[in-house]
Write a protein that binds this ligand. Structure first.
Ligand code: FAD
Length: 451
């Protein structure tokens, strides 16, 4: 049996660890069942944001009348958009495979455990004293064989549909619905409840819902009762909460109803590795599983499900494996963004979280229009919301909705990263009248509210 220093299962963010361990002279095996690079560049963050770029340009033209500009779109070449996005995706797997040196053996196949330290791939058994599980997640299956999940549009093969029905209410559903709608594909988003982006701060998701539904056709409180597919069209029977039944037809049907762990592929029952009730792998504060030397990082733990979290965890475990120093990595905060229209960025507690946990806070919201650059966008809805610890000036939560929210959030993150005192945001110099300056009145209001 071939013996390695480290086996990495899953070549998403895990591939960085394999590459660097190989460079450091370790004998490494990395196993990937699908494409090297994993979800983010192949079928996640990157291609979805490439699409959002097109959507933003289209929205800009569609919304130009508020700038007293009468513009219309002549045509959008959605086929070209997907060709371009697909051709980016094609580069990823070979690019990732080429990053490893001679110390790294790459295996293409599904890895499963034979026992705690023995892994099987393509019928071959290999072993290592250190194993890193970085197997991520996959979309929950669509209930019809012809229906799509996000994996089926990155890359999108075949004809571009003229119409699409999307099921879901989270960030993937909203980002994709915004894209398809913006580029002129007849789009309907079906939501089982009354909420969109329900994990966001309630004030922010309320604004989001109001703005988003002005562009995208969203049907709330509705689910699909029956699906029929014929002549390249889905014929859907919909039922709303009061029992009213309607029908709807579209060429494509996409489910974005959540993601599930890939642990079912790993034969963990042959090991002492534990999973939780959602089938995600349980780990300690060192990201180590119940088996010493076996780690789990990224989405496979079910904790953050964000690329930047996965990347930071992989770096951390890499450091522990290459230096032998075991330290604890506790994220002080975990920001995220929703790149749709409107854009949202968020970090820390939402107001509903703070209330539920009985955490004392001072909460304020402030519009952006004190900034001339914000005014120039001629939008009324952009807002900053801060939740502050009333005793320490610590930022407990910050939530932004408006153009470039994710970019704007980084000035808040810098403060949080250093000593997390909102007074810095009040006292620092801003470039007048940059969009970032829109945070100044919110910081002034928050500090004022403390007194
Ligand atoms: C549409 C979409 C948009 C997203 N947008 C964002 C965003 O804007 N910002 C953000 O932070 N995050 C975003 N994410 C989430 C982000 O992509 C993930 O958090 C990140 O990719 C997780 O990295 P990972 O390495 O943990 O898992 P992955 O990248 O999923 O890698 C796991 C790899 O393991 C492989 N694997 C699984 N089981 C086995 C097995 N048994 N044997 C061998 N190989 C196996 C898989 O094929 C996969 O390649 C998005 C996700 C999606 C789907």
């Amino acid at each position: 049996m071939k013996t390695y220093d480290i086996i990495v299962i899953g070549a998403g963010r895990g591939s960085n660890l394999a590459r660097n361990a190989g460079k450091a002279g370790k004998k490494v095996a990395i196993i990937e069942k699908s494409k090297f690079g994993g979800t983010c560049p192949n079928r996640g963050c990157v291609p979805s944001k490439l699409l959002i770029g097109y959507a933003q340009v289209a929205r800009g033209v569609k919304d130009s009348s508020r700038h007293f500009i009468d513009a219309t779109i002549n045509s959008i070449d959605v086929k070209k958009i997907f060709e371009d996005t697909n051709s980016y995706i094609q580069t990823i797997d070979p690019a990732y495979r080429s990053r490893f040196n001679e110390n790294v053996d790459t295996y293409t196949g599904t890895a499963s455990f034979v026992s705690n330290y023995v892994v099987q791939v393509n019928g071959e058994q290999i072993t290592a004293p250190k194993i890193v599980i970085a197997t991520g997640t996959r979309p929950i299956n669509a209930p019809h064989e012809k229906a799509w999940t996000s994996d089926d549009i990155f890359p999108l093969l075949g004809e571009i549909p003229k119409s699409i029905t999307i099921v879901g209410s989270g960030f993937i559903a909203c980002e994709l619905a915004n894209f398809f709608d913006a580029v002129g594909i007849e789009t309907k988003l079906l939501v089982r409840s009354q909420s969109l982006l329900k994990n966001e701060d309630e004030d922010i998701s309320a604004i989001f819902k109001k703005e988003f539904t002005q562009h995208v056709d969203v049907v709330f409180d509705t689910s699909i009762k029956q699906i029929e597919h014929k002549d390249n069209t889905f014929y859907l029977t919909l039922e709303n909460k009061s029992g009213t039944v309607t029908s709807h037809a579209s060429e494509a049907l996409l489910y974005a109803t959540g993601r599930m762990a890939n642990t079912d592929t790993l034969n963990l029952e042959n090991t002492d590795i534990q999973t939780n009730e959602r089938e995600f792998i349980v780990r300690d504060e060192h990201f180590e599983t119940a088996v010493p030397g076996i780690y789990v990082v990224g989405d496979a733990s079910g904790e953050h499900m964000l690329q930047h979290a996965a990347a930071a965890e992989v770096n951390h475990v890499q450091k522990a494996l290459l230096t032998g120093k075991k330290e604890i990595l506790k994220f002080k905060y975990m920001p995220h963004a929703v790149f749709t229209h409107p854009e949202i960025a968020s970090v820390g507690l939402t107001e509903q979280d703070a209330k539920a946990k009985g955490i004392e806070y001072v909460g304020i919201t402030k519009g952006w229009n004190a900034s001339a650059k914000a005014q120039s966008m001629r939008l009324k809805y952009p807002r900053t919301k801060f939740l502050i610890n009333p005793k320490t000036y610590e930022i407990l939560g910050c939530h932004l909705i408006g153009p470039q929210s994710a970019t704007m959030m980084h000035q808040v993150l810098s403060i949080m990263h250093i000593d997390n005192d909102i007074r810095h945001l009040k006292e620092m110099l801003y470039i007048h009248p940059a969009l970032s300056e829109a945070l100044l009145p919110a910081a002034v209001k928050a500090v004022g509210a403390m007194k």
